[in-house]
Design a protein around this ligand. Structure first.
Ligand SMILES: CC(C)(COP(=O)(O)OP(=O)(O)OC[C@H]1O[C@@H](n2cnc3c(N)ncnc32)[C@H](O)[C@@H]1OP(=O)(O)O)[C@@H](O)C(=O)NCCC(=O)NCCS
Length: 163
């Protein structure tokens, strides 16, 4: 197996996988939100040789109620090529995007369908609400991670020898 590398990429690079793995029924340009276009938005990708095999984005966006976070970043467009799932790439992508957020006092939030909620819980996100209306996906869960807390729990895991 060739080495997979994580890198920061422009928005245009994440759109093909975001579309094929998350919104195949949509035109690629309709997967782009206004947050994606902000100057400080973060887009990361996993590359295997010359091919991008996973993507994730973090964009500045206030969390919706019932989250109490006034300022925040939203994780969106997390997708791993189907033949490379369950190998830790999704985790690395979300962590890479979070690590590039310079303000460590903010909360990071996201919407997730029930079938993937467990993935985000494994990464330290906490479910804030279930069955929140989402304009494309119907009823979804709202998950949140306080970046400061994430670092504390990661260093705790390191001390206990857990990756
Ligand atoms: C969800 C997705 C990004 C996960 O990526 P992945 O590379 O397969 O995930 P990882 O291998 O990094 O998994 C990290 C951990 O979460 C667990 N996990 C992965 N998918 C999970 C799921 N759907 N439900 C519960 N746990 C899950 C893994 O078993 C692993 O657990 P471990 O740390 O105990 O070993 C990937 O399945 C995907 O692209 N799905 C289609 C697109 C999608 O639904 N994206 C999410 C939109 S909100």
């Amino acid at each position: 197996m060739h080495k997979i590398s994580m890198m920061r990429v422009p928005l245009s690079a994440v759109i093909p996988l975001r579309t094929s793995e998350l919104r195949p029924e949509r035109h690629p340009r309709d997967t782009i939100s206004s947050g994606d276009l902000l100057a400080d938005s973060i887009h990361v990708a996993a590359a295997l040789q010359d091919q991008l095999v996973g993507v994730a984005s973090a964009v500045r966006e206030q969390a919706p109620p019932p989250s109490g976070s006034a300022a925040g970043w939203r994780i969106r467009g997390v997708a791993v090529a189907s033949h490379l799932r369950d190998m830790g790439l999704g985790r690395q992508l979300v962590e890479s995007a979070c690590n590039l957020i310079t303000d460590r006092e903010v909360s990071v939030w996201l919407y997730a369908q029930e079938r993937v909620g467990g993935f985000y819980v494994k990464l330290g996100f906490v479910p804030v609400a279930t069955r929140v209306p989402h304009h494309i996906s119907g009823l979804v869960g709202l998950y949140e991670l306080k970046l400061g807390n994430e670092e504390k729990s990661t260093s705790k895991q390191r001390r206990s020898g857990k990756a």
